[in-house]
Structures are given as structure tokens and as C-alpha cells.
Design a protein around this ligand. Structure first.
Ligand code: TYM
Length: 335
């Protein structure tokens, strides 16, 4: 059976972008008839490539786990775990650090964005981030990786690492991974600026919807979302030059499991004053059951920790033999 892997950083709260671009897709792949084996990870080791307060990291990791479950990930059917509890990730990442080239890493736009102007002062972990990400995926021989648009370059690098390893060692041990970037919301934009990604690190909380926002906050953020003065068009092509309108329609489509064309067939011609309350109602209806379930699960941190411990055990059963085979291919004594 084809294996799916994906990860989310516990580096702050979950946003609507994480939910629509990633988590909702993870649930769909778990529930698909195609019979994927799904492995989903809280990537705490990636989170600490930039400073994380320890108590906040613990809390955010548990809250992310609660988010996965509340969104519909079943920890029996899928493997749900925390990255640092499966040491094979870091072990394979070291091998990949020796396969990947400095020049490849330097070209990563996420590194350039996160390191900012003073790249000399970025952590070495931030620079090597994509090699750990390749290890996350390849230590399971995963073939399908559902992500948002912003991770595309990292997944291309994952293929480059797999291909170079295979070439250097004369093997076809690592599969070339397929990115799965699908649906209406592969790039959810800021509510304040249609040219910026919706992000947990945006200084303005009004720019994003958090999965823990209450219904009033959700409605207020949508009401205040930036738009243009024109009514909604009835066809997709007319959204091209209207990033804010496009973003709200994409969100509506993703939340209602419809295509953008279907949504526009319904709402084309409406003013934003009419469309925004419809979107707010839909968002509240879809998101508030998730946030209340998250809050309920967060009252039982021991249960969350037990789920993560069990998930890590199951993950290691897959990862350990693949790491051992890798060591053997590389020529390490004792493997
Ligand atoms: P992270 O934690 O930044 O984001 C988690 C997932 O959410 C998606 N996403 C979005 N999708 C649409 N619109 C947005 N505004 C938006 N913001 C975030 C991301 O594309 C991602 O799918 N490097 C990864 C974590 C990672 C990983 C992996 C992913 C580590 N190892 C292995 C896949 C496979 C990251 O920073 O995600």
C-alpha cells in the first residue's frame, strides 16, 4: 500500500491555512478508499530551528495533537506521533546532511525568508531544515506527501536528496516522493493582505483565523477582511487580478468541499456585504466543533501523551529497519 507522510510544526497555534492546506487533506487521505497508510507527525525538532519557549513547545505539541484528532485523524487508523520520540529521523537526517549540498540549501526560499537579512546569525538547524524534512519522509519510504503550496520547493529537494543518495550508492533504495498539493486552498492568504501567506507568525492577529478562535472572533475577522469594492464575479478567470476576493472564495470552496467554479455559480453577482456573513457562518459551523473538541482533549494531557507514545512505537517499527538498511548501504559496521 502506498504510504503517506506529512508533518506540522508545533511552533504556535494552528491557523486556517494549516487546516485547509494540510490537516483537512490529511483526513481525506486517511479516509480515502485507495487504502493509504498514513503517518502524521508533530515536527518539534523542526520547530526549534528558531527559538521556542520550552513550556510553550510542550503545550503547542499537545495542542497540535489535539488538533489532529479533533479534525478527524483517528490515531488507530493513522500513525500520529511526535518527531523527537522517533530518533531514526535525526539519524537519517545526518546521512542526508552528508548527501545534500550547501548550494541546494542556500536556494531554499523558506530559509531566506526565515533567516532574513542576517543569515550569519541563523541557526545551523534552520539551514539544514530541509535535510531533516527529507529524512522525515524517506525514513518511512513514503511516496505521497500532502502539503500546502509553500512546501513545494522542500519536496523537490527531498527528491533531489533521494536521487543523489541512490546515485552515489548505486541503489534505488529511496523512492522519489510525490507532492500532493491539491484542493481550493493550497495557499490561504492573509486576511489583511492578499499578497501575503496566512501565517501563525504574522504580527497582526486579524490577518489569520486561528483554530482556537471563538465564533465572534471568526466573524469579526471575516467582516474586517480586506476586499475590493466590486461584487463577486461569476467565473474564475475574473478573480485573477483580485487576490483578496480570490482568497475568500477559495476559503469558502475549501470549507464547503466544493470547487471555486461551483461556489461562483452560486455567489457570483453578490456584494461582499452579503458574501462575508455567509462565509462567517460557514467558517463557524465548520471550525467550532473542532475548536471545542480541541479544548476538551487539552483537559486530558496524559491521554494525549499516551497517544503520542503509542504512535511513536508504531512509527519506529517502520523506521528502524529502513534506517538499518540505509546504514548497511552506506557501509556502517554493526548495521
Ligand atoms: P508548517 O508547520 O509551516 O505548516 C504545516 C502545513 O500547513 C501548510 N500551510 C498552508 N497551506 C495553505 N495555506 C497556508 N497559508 C498555509 N500555511 C501553512 C503547509 O504547507 C504545511 O503543509 N516544513 C513543514 C513541516 C514538515 C513537513 C515534513 C511537511 C516537516 N517535515 C515532512 C511534510 C513532510 C512546515 O514548515 O510546515
Amino acid at each position: 500500500t502506498p504510504r503517506v507522510f506529512s508533518g506540522i510544526q508545533p511552533s504556535g497555534g494552528l491557523t486556517l491555512g494549516n487546516y485547509l492546506g494540510a490537516m483537512k487533506r490529511f483526513v481525506e487521505m486517511q479516509n480515502a478508499d485507495d487504502g493509504f497508510e498514513c503517518v502524521y507527525c508533530m515536527v518539534d525538532l523542526h520547530a526549534i530551528t528558531v527559538w521556542q519557549d520550552p513550556a510553550a513547545l510542550t503545550r503547542n505539541t499537545r495542542e497540535l495533537c489535539a488538533g489532529f484528532i479533533a479534525a478527524g485523524i483517528d490515531p488507530e487508523r493513522s500513525i500520529l506521533f511526535n518527531q523527537s520520540q522517533v530518533p531514526e529521523h535525526t539519524q537519517l537526517a545526518w546521512i542526508f546532511n552528508c548527501v545534500a549540498r550547501m548550494g541546494w540549501m542556500k536556494r531554499m526560499t523558506q530559509f531566506k525568508d526565515k533567516a532574513g537579512k542576517n543569515a550569519e546569525n541563523a541557526s545551523l538547524g534552520l539551514f539544514g531544515y530541509p535535510a531533516l524534512m527529507a529524512a522525515d519522509i524517506l525514513v518511512y519510504h513514503a511516496t505521497h506527501v500532502p502539503v500546502g503550496e509553500d512546501q513545494k520547493q522542500h519536496l523537490e529537494l527531498t527528491r533531489d536528496i533521494a536521487a543523489k543518495f541512490n546515485h552515489d550508492y548505486g541503489t534505488n533504495f529511496f523512492p522519489l516522493t510525490e507532492p500532493v498539493i491539491e484542493g481550493a486552498a493550497t495557499r490561504v492568504m492573509s486576511l489583511r493582505d492578499g499578497s501575503k501567506k496566512m501565517s501563525k507568525s504574522d504580527p497582526s492577529d486579524m490577518a489569520r483565523i486561528n483554530m482556537t478562535d471563538d465564533p465572534d472572533a471568526i466573524a469579526q475577522k471575516i467582516r474586517k477582511a480586506r476586499t475590493d469594492p466590486e461584487p463577486l464575479p461569476d467565473n474564475e478567470a475574473a478573480l485573477e487580478e483580485r487576490p483578496e476576493a480570490r482568497n475568500l472564495v477559495n476559503i469558502f470552496a475549501a470549507l464547503s468541499d466544493r470547487s471555486v467554479a461551483e461556489v461562483l455559480a452560486d455567489v457570483g453577482g453578490k456584494q461582499f456585504s452579503e458574501f462575508k456573513p455567509m462565509l462567517a457562518d460557514l467558517a463557524v459551523e465548520q471550525l467550532s466543533p473542532i475548536s471545542s473538541e480541541m479544548a476538551r482533549l487539552m483537559e486530558q494531557p496524559d491521554e494525549i501523551d499516551a497517544i503520542l507514545a503509542r504512535g511513536a512505537e508504531r512509527a519506529r517499527e517502520i523506521a528502524a529497519p529502513i534506517l538499518r538498511d540505509t546504514y548497511r548501504i552506506v557501509g556502517m559496521v554493526g548495521a
